[in-house]
Design a protein around this ligand. Structure first.
Ligand code: PGA
Length: 247
């Protein structure tokens, strides 16, 4: 198995370890293409990257691609991932705005938007390092259980568990979009490096299944067992159900 697993003592250490790996890459390759994620998990990582920028790290040659965006939600909506990325990262770093890419969930032509998103990733030379979170059902991006491993960026349906989990960002559960544009499993597997972050006990079952269970489309993150350069950075709670001792 080629997964590397790092267990951090807590969320802050998990976030710092991830920032270290990103900064190491950018020191070697200032023009690196980063794949970014949203949700609660990477917030500490983004705070850490902002700190590194304030301490002098230059992000001006970086290009970014986000994993996903809700379908049919205005970019200005406080729960949109456009808004999240501006609020938590982009407003603080010196990445030129035309180097930041997020699927356009407000598009009138989702199929064309998905095609052009894949083409933009290819034109940028592919993604060097993709950051992932994991859903309690094992999803990566918005690739819910059952998503074919061959999928590329597409319009996808959110699983009930995801709608429930994400309702905390909306006034009412009924306001959560039922669909999203998401990079697919193949789009993720094409990234040259991957870091998956997970913290908290709610992720422990998904992590144990992804790492030690069978590789199956029913548990999308299990596909990462087949990736040649994937690192999981976990806090102790998310790692608690792994049966083999790891460091
Ligand atoms: P979270 O979401 O970081 O908000 O837990 C992760 C995910 O659903 O992929």
């Amino acid at each position: 198995m080629s997964l590397r697993i790092k267990i951090a003592k807590d969320y802050a250490e998990m976030s710092k370890l991830a920032a270290d790996l990103i900064i190491d890459l950018l020191n070697k390759k200032p023009t690196a293409v980063l794949g970014l994620a949203t949700g609660s998990t990477p917030l500490g990582l983004y705070e850490e990257l902002v700190r590194r920028h304030r301490a002098g790290h230059d992000f001006s040659q970086v290009t970014t691609f986000n994993l996903d965006e809700y379908y049919n939600l205005d970019h200005e909506h406080p729960a949109s991932y456009h808004h999240y990325m501006h609020e938590h990262l982009f407003q603080y770093l010196n990445i030129p705005s035309d180097h930041t890419n997020i699927p356009d969930g407000a598009t009138s032509d989702p199929a064309e938007e998905c095609r052009s998103y894949e083409a933009k990733i290819a034109a940028a030379g592919g993604i060097d390092l993709q950051i992932l979170g994991i859903g309690i059902n094992g999803h990566i991006g918005f690739n819910e259980p059952g998503t074919p491993f061959g999928s590329t960026t597409s319009l996808v349906n959110l699983a009930p568990a995801t709608i429930e989990a994400n309702s905390r960002f909306f006034e009412r559960k009924d306001d959560v979009p039922q669909q999203a544009l998401s990079m697919g499993i193949r789009s993720i597997m094409n990234c040259r490096g991957i870091i998956l972050l997970a913290n908290g006990e709610s992720k422990a079952n998904a992590i144990a299944a992804a790492v030690e269970g069978p590789v199956t489309e029913e548990l999308p993150a299990s596909v990462l067992q087949l990736h040649p350069d994937c690192t999981l950075i976990l806090d102790r709670k998310a790692a608690a159900k792994l049966t083999h001792s790891r460091c």
